[in-house]
Design a binder for this molecule. Structure first.
Ligand SMILES: NC(=O)c1ccc[n+]([C@@H]2O[C@H](COP(=O)([O-])OP(=O)(O)OC[C@H]3O[C@@H](n4cnc5c(N)ncnc54)[C@H](OP(=O)(O)O)[C@@H]3O)[C@@H](O)[C@H]2O)c1
Length: 320
């Protein structure tokens, strides 16, 4: 009999890659959970063979129903949707954590569930004794602590998944996407509040890597339950990423370091959130996001399964 993976975020980047990976996997069915079963992405998932059901992370009862009978669940929350809807950084974090707790409580009530995969991030406060605060990291990390203390049975079947920086941000994240500077005779610039030499763990193609990793995490429960797993197969500097962007697009590029204050003046709260993350990240010589010792080799992931930064940009060329 086939098993079912319930996927929150299946119409988006992380969850979409998980849904597509399991649709290809023998012995598995995919239950794609969305607020809007009539959206184009939801209809596409249905046409590819997913069972598409409606539920909302604000509504715990709807989640309990949507998880019913599932063997595995992948869940992600979207901090940025709260921030871009006009909430302050802390209000966004509170809303994100409330949703994450509803998801975890619903999972803990699902008797069939064997493996829970929660897409989190390592806290800035926790790693620096409170010196740095980055809400889109900290509120997720506090949910990890809460699962461990309040839902120990769920913790025993949870893998805490930590995604690196998406290469895809170069195509679609407003304050990260390079742009042509008027009057510069064709220079494409990226203005960021961190030195070009600062490094960050990078996730590989976000439309592919979470699916590959989650497939292997579920295939190796003895290694991954109750543990953190990173998806950061590359660690790159911002200068190196812009150089590779120039090679892929054939454009002349220039990296400009702005102060956190100037970046916030231009981009508002979303700028402050990004600046806080990047300035915090400078504390770590090899990137801030790698918290797991479980490697892709331990998981049995082959190198031709994860498109890296440059290969991802090649595939996104028409959106750059
Ligand atoms: N950008 C980066 O470099 C990066 C790196 C690491 C981690 N992250 C984290 O990634 C997260 C975003 O994940 P993503 O990129 O996969 O997002 P995404 O592509 O924007 O997709 C968001 C998904 O969440 C679902 N969703 C949102 N609110 C929901 C709700 N109330 N109930 C049920 N489903 C809901 C949406 O489904 P429907 O709209 O269909 O309901 C959609 O499928 C953020 O929290 C961010 O901090 C980002």
């Amino acid at each position: 009999m086939s098993k079912t993976i319930a996927v929150i975020g299946a119409t988006g980047a992380q969850g979409g890659s998980v849904a597509r990976a399991f649709l290809k996997l023998d012995g598995w069915k995919v239950r794609a959970i969305t607020r809007n079963t009539a959206s184009d992405n939801a209809k596409k998932l249905a046409s590819e063979g997913a069972e598409v059901v409606s539920a909302n992370a604000d509504d715990e009862a709807s989640l309990v129903k949507a998880f019913e009978g599932a063997t595995a669940a992948f869940v992600v929350t979207n901090y940025w949707e709260h921030l871009f809807s006009g909430n302050t950084p802390d209000e966004s974090g509170v809303k994100e954590a409330e949703q994450a707790k509803k998801l975890a409580r619903a999972a803990s009530k699902t008797s069939s569930l064997e493996h829970y995969i929660w897409s989190t991030l390592p806290g800035a406060k926790a790693q620096t004794n409170g010196k740095f605060a980055v809400p889109h990291l900290d509120y997720k990390a506090e949910v990890d602590d809460w699962i461990r203390s309040d839902l120990p049975d769920l913790h025993a079947k949870t893998t805490y998944l930590v995604l690196g920086f998406y290469p895809n941000n170069f195509a679609n994240f407003p304050n990260l996407k390079p742009f042509e500077l008027p009057g510069s005779y064709g220079k494409w610039v990226q203005i960021l509040p961190t030195p070009a030499s600062a490094v960050i763990p990078v996730s590989g193609d976000i439309n592919i890597t979470p699916g590959v990793w989650v497939r292997q995490i579920i295939a190796k429960p003895e290694l991954t339950k109750g543990k953190y797993v990173d998806i950061s197969p590359e660690i790159l500097s911002f200068g190196e990423m812009l150089k590779q962007y120039g090679e892929v697009t054939g454009r002349q590029t220039a990296y400009i370091q702005a102060s956190a204050e100037d970046f916030t003046n231009v981009w508002g709260v979303a700028g402050k959130e990004m600046a806080d993350q990047l300035v915090f990240g400078e504390q770590f010589k090899d990137g801030w996001g790698s918290v797991s010792s479980i490697t892709k080799e331990d998981l049995g992931i082959k190198d031709d399964e994860w498109p890296g930064f440059k290969q991802t940009l090649e595939s996104l060329k028409d959106q750059l």
